[in-house]
Design a protein around this ligand. Structure first.
Ligand code: PLP
Length: 386
């Protein structure tokens, strides 16, 4: 059976594993060695050394990650931000221009607006659902278009097929942060994206206990990004490789369950009188549903909603829940709640928050793997207190 014919569940267990197994070990051992014996390597990048991300623990992950998205190659990195910044610095040089989705992850937003201008790299923000907007903003020196599979915290899905088509027509590199969807729900390479980026801190690892990232995509880009990462040093330590490897084995089980659970919770919230609005790409009321339905296999474990009555009611609700943990980040086995206006988006002024559609009473939920019925019962009793 060819790897590309295997289902996600099978690839998670078997693809990329060493053959023969190392000393017969069923679980990949940790190679805790910074350097390896010289074997006549001719290029700096081929010397086996942890910073060069090429020890056996890295190589297994590279093969597994590439197979999950049916892509040519992959690279693990020390964090999601290491993957994103290294990829952007590989694609873009001084004088280049970037088209970037207006609501990207906060760290990405700061890097593009604060660090890139210092390097002579300019940008324009675009609406990912509106190709006419991109046509107006593309320039002679535009080099790449950068989007996210779902935006945070409103879970908007852009016209991703049109992004690839637009990039190909204008000779741009197409880049997507696929963290929120995970390879279970969306595989960018299958739709023609050049580079997919992940914070493996989230769904891929899934247990809220490491920070890691990945670049997945065309082999020539992954090679160039690897060389840049070798210089910048955003390596993943073999211990963290091993934890990521272990966490990934249950990715499909977790994400498929989280998809179903989030859908039921979104439907429950949408029908509750104390709730003003629910954002979930699997609901027909969501503007991104038409794009998500065609491209995604599931709608993720992420949703957000507003309660009626403002910020105090939102806080009352959060404090009245018993199961979720009030914490930032996402994609783990435990359900998390955050109020973006007070955490991830606290740097925005009230006007900017309003312009981004993020109300003070918006609550974001990262649905874990607890029983759906228990979560709905808990949300119900907390909403009844409002
Ligand atoms: C968390 C996150 C990142 C950054 O990843 P780190 O692993 O924290 O560096 C980037 N993009 C998205 C969408 C994220 O959720």
């Amino acid at each position: 059976m060819k790897v590309s014919d295997m289902s996600m569940e099978t690839k998670l267990i078997h693809s990329g594993e060493p053959s023969p197994r190392v000393m017969g070990a069923v679980s990949m051992p940790i190679f805790q060695s910074a350097n390896f014996e010289f074997k006549g390597e001719e290029s700096y990048h081929d010397i086996k050394y942890i910073r060069l991300n090429n020890t056996p623990n890295h190589q297994v992950l590279h093969a597994k990650l590439a197979s999950l998205e049916n892509a040519e190659a992959a690279l693990v990195t020390g964090s999601g931000m290491a993957a994103i910044t290294t990829a952007l610095l590989t694609v873009l040089s001084s004088g280049d221009h970037l088209l970037v989705q207006k609501t990207v992850y906060g760290g990405t937003h700061s890097f593009i607006t604060q660090d890139c201008p210092q390097l002579g790299i300019s940008h324009d923000f675009i609406d990912p659902a509106d190709p006419e907007d991109w046509e107006k903003k593309v320039r002679e020196n535009t080099r790449a278009i950068y989007v996210e599979s779902m935006s945070n915290p409103l879970l908007e899905v852009g016209n991703l097929k049109a992004v690839v088509e637009f990039a190909q027509r204008h000779g741009l590199v197409s880049m997507i942060d696929n963290t929120f969807a995970s390879p279970v729900n969306f595989r960018p390479a299958e739709w023609g994206f050049d580079i997919s980026l992940h914070s493996c801190t989230k769904y891929l690892n899934g247990h809220s206990d490491i920070v890691a990232g990945a670049v997945i995509g065309k082999a020539d880009w992954v090679e160039r990004i690897t060389h840049k990462l070798n210089h910048l040093g955003g390596t993943l330590d073999p211990h963290a490789c091993s934890l990521l490897h272990r966490g990934m084995k249950t990715l499909a089980l977790r994400v498929k369950y989280q998809n179903e659970s989030a859908m039921k919770i979104a439907q429950f919230l949408e029908s509750h009188p104390a709730v003003e609005k629910v954002n979930y790409p699997g609901l027909e009321s969501n503007p991104g549903y038409r794009f998500a339905r065609e491209l995604f296999e599931g709608y993720s474990g992420m949703l957000s909603f507003e309660v009626k009555g403002g910020v105090h009611k939102a806080e009352t609700f959060m404090n009245a829940t018993r199961l979720p943990i009030i914490a930032p980040s996402l994609g783990g086995v435990e359900t998390l709640l955050t109020r973006p206006a007070s955490t991830s988006h606290a740097g925005l002024s009230p006007e900017e928050l309003q312009a981004s559609g993020i109300s003070e009473s918006l609550i974001r939920v990262s649905v874990g793997i607890e029983s759906t019925d228990d979560l709905i019962a808990d949300f119900q009793q907390a909403l009844d207190k409002l």
